[in-house]
Design a protein around this ligand. Structure first.
Ligand code: ATP
Length: 238
């Protein structure tokens, strides 16, 4: 078996006396798309953010390409080739689309900026049309596209996405997932946290279900989509 792109080994995480993660173990293989689904407050965001030590895990290990990155600072993790699209997008509101993209490339310097910017405009033609527009004036869907494009500007090996569909209209969600599918087909490794289980699992090779800070189920996207428990709890029972 090859070395996983990302691995959690028996991770516990506490906020004071509250335990948010319990003995979490999971793997994301190179080139795989993996989703983590679960209800509000299950611990999904905590898990994702713990990769950047925000918050830091209490015990256990996080490995990236076989290297122990537990406790590394966010900027150190970014330079290793992990990029994230945070929940709520957190683009720079006063900067233009182009300036936001430039910020994304800072981690790797400016060698590929022009080439990568062109690629982002091909991936998201809407951003090309709005390249000089201030980010705060973009629609929610456009802001999500920008957040993804900005993350990709750092040429990551692993892209993390926290609730990419949150608050977006169904048609826009479809577009975003279509783009993620294209990225995956290009070989990008994706790990996403989603409440929109249906879209996430259809995109994913594998998925994990988190309940109260514990991994309760794992399987292929197909297996989880057809699992009665998952259907009842996360797919509206359809
Ligand atoms: P959501 O989809 O609502 O963001 P989630 O699955 O991402 O939910 P987390 O945000 O990771 O869940 O929260 C997991 C648990 O940890 C919750 O019980 C939450 O209240 C708690 N928690 C999260 N952040 C903090 C914090 N900074 N301080 C204390 N408790 C926290």
């Amino acid at each position: 078996m090859s070395v996983p792109m990302l691995e959690f080994r028996q991770v516990d995480l506490f906020y004071g006396a509250i335990q948010a993660l319990h003995q979490v173990s999971l793997q994301v293989q190179v080139g795989e798309t993996v989703s983590l689904i679960g209800a509000n407050g299950a611990g999904k965001s905590s898990l994702l953010m713990s990769i950047f030590s925000q918050p830091q895990v209490t015990s256990g290990q996080i490995l990236y390409q076989g290297r122990d990155i537990t406790g590394l600072q966010a900027h150190q993790v970014a330079t290793l080739g992990i990029a994230q699209v945070p929940e709520g997008r957190r683009i720079f509101p006063d900067m233009s689309v182009e300036e936001n993209l430039l910020m994304g490339s800072l981690v790797i310097g400016d060698t590929y900026v022009d080439e990568d910017r062109q690629r982002m405009f091909e991936l998201f033609p809407r951003l090309r049309e709005r390249r000089n527009q201030r980010a705060m004036t973009l629609s929610g869907g456009e802001q999500q596209m920008l957040a993804i494009a900005r993350a990709l500007m750092s040429r990551p090996c692993l892209l993390l996405l926290d609730e990419p569909s949150l608050g977006l209209a169904p048609l826009v969600v479809k577009q975003i997932f279509h783009t993620l599918r294209e990225l995956a087909a290009d070989g990008m490794t994706l790990f996403l946290v989603e409440q929109n289980a249906s879209h996430a699992l259809r995109l994913s090779h594998r998925g994990y279900v988190m309940v109260n800070g514990r991994i309760s189920l794992m399987g292929t996207g197909e297996e989880l989509l057809t699992n009665p428990q998952v259907r009842m709890a996360y797919l509206g029972g359809h």
